[in-house]
Write a protein that binds this ligand. Structure first.
Ligand code: ATP
Ligand code: MG
Length: 283
């Protein structure tokens, strides 16, 4: 049995639980019970605040954890990063009130910067030789300049709309983050085997993300051209149709390329194009 630490509520909770569900692991959502044993895999979920996850995993009270890279870097936790998970994407940036004529890092010398990430910020400022005062604040960081707590902020940004709403301007990206799966160091053989199984499942899930399955009828004479348009995993599957001179072609493509490819395929005579979602890809 292994234990995985998951954020109990907040931005990573829902996607962490849906990742587990997609790989066949059902656990109860965190309502009253903060420890929930899965009926479908030898694992139990432990629901925590995200700040506590790196330490709980490095200390051995959980085998695995799902948390933002920003929290691991800030806490300096001694854990293994097993894989990136492709959600919870954000960055840690320096921002200043939009009226300030900040034209580079030098502006921050002697200034006060409010943040909940003092360790990442201190390391960055030291590397750049900037001597600024760090004001630690655990939330509502964006309001700090307007109320005189600081001259600038260092905080999480994703779309940037919160900064704009608070009259701030992003001037420097310092750290790029996303949710990652972490593990305790020094796993025993049984834990390692269970984790290898999980990683195999997660890989098939992440590989299939953003992919579409295409199926179409095509004149035999356009086949070479279609194969050039559709680089499939090995090569597209081609099957004969009952009508002479026609075949059926199947392939997997990136969803982002869908409309470009469909237009190219139509232009060489493809008909009856079916587009389907891909659930899993086992390589
Ligand atoms: P907790 O109560 O668990 O301590 P929290 O308020 O510290 O929650 P959330 O706001 O839920 O944290 O964010 C959790 C993580 O989600 C962040 O540490 C970061 O990795 C990621 N994240 C992605 N986008 C954003 C964003 N726009 N704002 C904040 N965090 C984001
Ligand atoms: Mg937190």
């Amino acid at each position: 049995m292994i234990r995985i630490a998951i954020q109990s509520k907040g931005r990573l909770n829902e996607e962490s639980l849906s990742l587990l569900q997609d790989i066949g692991i059902e656990v109860d959502a965190p309502k009253r019970k903060l420890l929930s044993k899965s009926q479908t895999f030898p694992i139990e979920a432990l629901y925590l605040r995200d700040d506590d996850i790196p330490r709980v995993v490095s200390g051995g009270s959980a085998t695995l954890g799902i948390v933002g890279l920003n929290e691991i870097e800030e806490k300096g936790a001694d854990v293994t990063i097993l894989c990136r998970l492709g959600f919870g994407t954000c960055r840690l940036s320096l921002a200043v009130p939009k009226g300030e004529s900040c034209d580079g890092l030098g502006w921050f010398s002697g200034k006060r910067i409010a943040t909940s990430y003092p360790n990442i910020l201190r390391k960055y400022l030291d590397e750049k030789g900037i001597d600024a005062k760090i004001e630690v604040i655990t939330g509502s960081v964006e309001i700090a300049p307007a109320v005189g707590i600081a001259d600038a902020i260092f905080d999480i940004v994703s779309s940037g709309s919160t900064l704009i709403a608070n009259g701030l301007r992003e001037v420097e990206t310092v750290f790029e983050s996303e949710a990652v799966l972490i593990a305790r160091r020094d796993l025993d053989a049984e834990e390692q085997a269970l984790i290898d199984d999980l990683l195999f499942r997660i890989e098939s899930e992440t590989v299939s993300r953003g992919k579409k399955y295409l199926l179409m009828n095509l004149p035999q004479s356009s086949l070479d051209e279609a194969i050039r348009i559709l680089p499939a995993m090995r090569s597209p599957t081609v099957m004969p149709l009952a009508s002479p001179g026609w075949c059926s072609l199947h392939s997997v493509i990136d969803a982002a390329d869908l409309w470009t490819k469909v237009r190219q395929l139509k232009a060489i005579g493809a008909e009856g194009i079916l587009v389907m979602d891909v659930d899993k890809i086992i390589l």
